[in-house]
Design a protein around this ligand. Sequence first.
Ligand SMILES: *Cc1c(COP(=O)(O)O)cnc(C)c1O
Length: 421
Amino acid sequence: MISALEKYDPQIYELIRQEEARQSGSIRLIPSENYVSLAVMMASSSCLTNKYAEGYPGKRYYEGQQVTDLIENLAVARAKKIFKADHANVQSYSGSVANLAAYNALIKPGDTIMGLSLSNGGHLTHGWNVSVSSKFYNSVQYSVDPKTGRLDYSQIEDLAKKNKPKIIISGATAYPREIDFKAFGDIAKKTGAYHVSDIAHISGLVVAGIHNSPVPHADIVSTTTHKTLRGPRGGMLLCKEEHADKVDKSVFPGVQGGPHMHTITALAVALAEADTAEFVTYAKQIKKNAKRLADKLLSYGFNLVSGGTDNHLILIDLRNKNIPGKKLAKALDRARIVTNYNTVPGDSASAFNPSGIRLGTPAVTTRGMKEDQMDIIAQFINKVADNIDNESIIEETGKEVLMLCSKFRVPEHFIIPGKDL
Ligand SMILES: *Cc1c(COP(=O)(O)O)cnc(C)c1O
């Protein structure tokens, strides 16, 4: 598909090739990243990118919607089915925009929202001080228990009683444990708040039934579509029927214009892929791989936030190793292991030079890696950390990583089992 580009724009073609080589020749441990199937890639680069479709199926502001309406209706129906939701809106451009649309659907500027702070694993859009979510709204932030690294629901309830937020946000971007969405729903009910749940990272695990679902316990559920869900880049909102109208109006015309129909088309494909037994097996393996990687890292003396993981994600607290997160992340990148540096709870260092790194297994699991490969990856990470200033060992590790990568299929052409493309 991409090779036709060589004729038209050799410069960009060459850069895409370079990125393909980088993606296939490195171990991708960024927990928010994945590799989409060839089918999702194809739908995403289809002629649907040419169509404006402001509005919703049946009530658009432009003509020529014979096909777009059918596609969006399919995407919505598939989303409702796999998430068991009354209503789905598939138009959000991204997770961040979906969150803004969720708040805008329920409350007014100046009202109070309460979310997990960024330094404790929350997302920027949950009210962190540099985000518009803290400028449009009054923001109160909760933390994890600094001793256990876990959410403390009674502390969250106390804070909600004291601050009377209009929205309580559950969900995180760097939290390695299962979140009790019912507990959040109960706290919101008790304190008269709406509950918005952001499952951007874990929506694939939720669909597969290996993480509890917030859908019965939240007024609005927000998610990205490209993390564990393994679809195109985008966002999505799910809600109860009573909020359906408000949610749709908030997305369009509230915060967005025309939906990206090529993305919605690709999302429809991904949602069907997620509705298969293979996807459940995939999600279970993500979790098994994360557990194994965590166990091995612990055995090498790494400190993990909360002592391990229940999901797809691991946070290493490097303070006992005396290596700054950024330094290790950069050394690992030179060894072809791609992670991101991250704050850890109780971190006194800045977000730009924090004390941790964040790892996740969704992408390597898509490539077909299993527990044995997690052992090898943990060994690589330990070797780089132990030899952080030894460039020749880092380079040598990079060569070993390349060898491992060559044994696991380049996901550019990864195809859902049983589907011959
Ligand atoms: C990734 C993420 C988002 C933002 O998604 P974008 O598509 O990057 O805007 C929002 N919330 C959480 C919890 C996330 O992890």
